[in-house]
Design a protein around this ligand. Structure first.
Ligand code: NAP
Length: 292
């Protein structure tokens, strides 16, 4: 593999289409390994459950929520796949790389899917009045963390693409390309009101364009896409007062927040070969928020 470009233009046939044309097998993740960050609860947990339903062995990452360990045991029992939870801080580049390599070794020596879902909100209102330390933490978690996860996964996919083997030197079965999916946000497209959260909006816009850029850079060995949820009913917005949530509903055509499980389909589509010709794309799942 010598890179996707020659003389400044793309080489022809940089990738190949899946062999099967049947749609449901394309959604299968049977025997594949997926890592999902921020998976102890909320969106990440729903995504991990969806992948397990589709047959993947799943690694859950948590940061502070030790309930992830119980959730992993439940997933193993319910779906009959391998699932384990590990504590990883996505703001620590070296820790991310070490974790990815150790866990891939433990999970059949292969990586197929990585979902960078960890993220924290901006909670300090107007940008001028908030602390710079808070800005740094939001950007470090939401944008830098996504970059570190992408690099660690991308290094493995580049090797898998080149050598066609798992970490033990065994030929990879049922392997196509790596699939990196980041949880961005509709806040990477629009400016939320009434709450002010410039740093979060900027970090999520950064995640979308980072993934578009990596999609081109990695086209020979991995696809890179994002999901942009609107307001979802999870713990991340527990700090928001009910009056503000009522204003949100006024602005959502569907008139309600989404449930985490309503994102499972979008993530599974992007993670699996069902989206084999999609890279650098973003799926907005927001009850119509960005439309009017
Ligand atoms: N809910 C929404 O309305 C909405 C809308 C658009 C986008 N999103 C995005 O969706 C993603 C998931 O959010 P959620 O709604 O499911 O809320 P959530 O349950 O609060 O999820 C956030 C996750 O990020 C993890 N995390 C925070 N700091 C971390 C760090 N330093 N290292 C590793 N993990 C860290 C948390 O892990 P621990 O709990 O273990 O500490 C948690 O699992 C976030 O990226 C968020 O920005 C949410």
């Amino acid at each position: 593999m010598t890179g996707p470009l020659k003389n400044g233009v793309f080489k022809h046939n940089n990738t190949v289409a899946p062999k099967t044309e049947r749609v449901l097998p394309l959604f299968s993740l049977k025997g594949k390994t997926a890592i999902v960050s921020g998976a102890g609860a909320g969106i990440g947990l729903a995504v991990a459950q969806g992948f397990a339903e589709a047959g993947a062995n799943v690694v859950l990452w948590y940061h502070s929520n030790k309930k992830a360990l119980d959730r992993a045991a439940e997933i193993e029992k319910t779906y009959g796949v391998k699932c384990k939870a590990y504590q990883v801080d996505v703001t620590d580049d070296a820790a991310v790389k070490k974790a990815v390599n150790e866990q891939v070794r433990e999970f059949n020596g292969r990586l197929d899917v990585f979902v960078a879902n960890s993220g924290i909100p901006w909670t300090q209102g107007p940008a001028i009045d908030g602390e710079v330390a808070h800005y740094r933490k939001v950007v470090a978690t939401d944008l830098d963390g996504t970059f570190y996860c992408a690099r660690a996964a991308g290094e493995i996919w580049r090797r898998q693409g080149k050598e066609g083997t798992d970490m033990n030197g065994k030929k990879l079965e049922n392997y196509s390309y790596g699939s990196f999916v980041a949880t961005a946000s509709m806040s990477g497209h629009i400016v939320n009101i009434p709450q002010l959260q410039a740093a979060y909006n900027a970090a999520k816009a950064g995640v979308i364009h980072l993934c578009r850029s990596l999609a081109v850079e990695w086209v020979q060995f991995a696809r890179v896409n994002t999901v942009s949820p609107g307001y979802m009913a999870t713990e991340i917005s527990d700090f928001v007062p009910p009056e503000t949530k009522s204003i949100w509903k006024d602005k959502i055509p569907m008139g309600r927040e989404g449930e985490a499980h309503e994102l499972k389909g979008a993530f599974l589509f992007l993670a699996s070969d069902a989206s084999s010709y999609a890279t650098g794309t973003d799926i907005i799942v927001d009850g119509g928020y960005v439309l009017p």
